[in-house]
Design a protein. Structure first.
Length: 297
């Protein structure tokens, strides 16, 4: 039976978004936010889980030493059976209206739409980061609603749970290919996409960013690239997107927190992108970028 390590730290509400970004940069797949607390779950069957927990504690200790009101010593640190872990997630996650159009619904929960225009994205939240409740995912859903006109050939880089791929298909994009880092992540995405019939034709491939995207998919050019990923891999992704995006195409990117916003904005502009819209939720940012029609090769 699988076992998970549940580690909880006391973190004031006003610092939680920043500390979440630090934990994710240190390797956390997802962080559960609660009343003055942050919790991570590490699968003990995955190699290196103990080292990751140590890295989280070192990161929080550095923040504490810098004067932030963060307690680096966990207030909870215990092993959970897979059954208990599953129940923890079920107690925490419920249907959540993310935008006027999209509601993310855990697969175990019965939910009736409140409006005819409401689209349900069914997810298994314990499968991957990206349940729709994190500000970066919500920003990307809003960006998609803003730009999709229908028929766009699309790549979702680092698809995670697949939530953005499902939303994009609801909005009417054309061919859509999703990537994630390894075979296990691909399986996770495929399982979640299968819960949403609208996304039945989405192809998922294992790829480090866009390095292993099939050439037959990109050789005619891409209209739209989505990336809600960790900030430290956005910079190497930018030239990859620049290479495959059609002139006039769009790049939607999030996972950007305050400290790196200016650096990423400059890198996008240096690569020839025009930032058409900046979006923000608490300390998190997203950009809607376009590759101009007159950009030089």
């Amino acid at each position: 039976m699988a076992t998970y390590q549940e580690v909880t730290w006391k973190v004031p509400a006003e610092l939680q978004d920043f500390v979440v970004s630090v934990l994710i940069d240190l390797g956390a797949d997802g962080v559960q936010q609660g009343d003055q607390k942050l919790t991570i779950y590490e699968d003990q069957s995955k190699e290196g889980w103990q080292e990751r927990v140590q890295a989280y504690q070192i990161g929080l200790r550095l923040l504490e030493e810098q004067g932030l009101a963060v307690q680096s010593k966990p207030v909870g640190n215990e092993a959970l059976s897979s059954t208990t872990f599953e129940n923890e997630w079920k107690n925490y996650y419920h249907a959540s209206r993310i935008t006027n159009r999209f509601t993310v619904v855990p697969k175990w929960e019965e939910y009736q739409p409140e409006q005819a225009s409401e689209q349900l994205i069914v997810m298994d939240p314990d499968k991957a980061f990206g349940t729709g409740t994190h500000p970066t995912t919500a920003l990307m859903l809003q960006a998609l609603e803003t730009v999709v006109r229908g028929g766009e050939k699309t790549i979702d880089v680092g698809t995670g749970s697949g939530v953005l791929a499902v939303a994009a298909k609801y909005l009417g994009v054309g061919e859509l290919l999703a990537t994630d880092i390894d075979a296990a992540a691909v399986q996770t995405a495929e399982e979640n996409l299968a819960l949403n019939p609208v996304a039945k034709d989405v192809q998922v491939v294992a790829s480090d960013l866009m390095q292993d995207v099939p050439t037959d998919f990109i050789n005619t050019g891409i209209d739209l690239v989505l990336a809600n990923i960790l900030a430290d891999v956005i910079l190497p992704l930018i030239p990859q997107v620049r290479q495959v995006l059609k002139k006039g195409g769009l790049f939607l990117v999030s996972g950007i927190y305050d400290d790196v916003e200016e650096e990423i904005e400059q890198a996008l502009q240096d690569a020839g992108f025009v930032i058409e819209q900046k979006m923000q939720s608490t300390t998190w940012h997203a950009f809607i970028c376009r590759l101009p029609e007159d950009v030089t090769a």
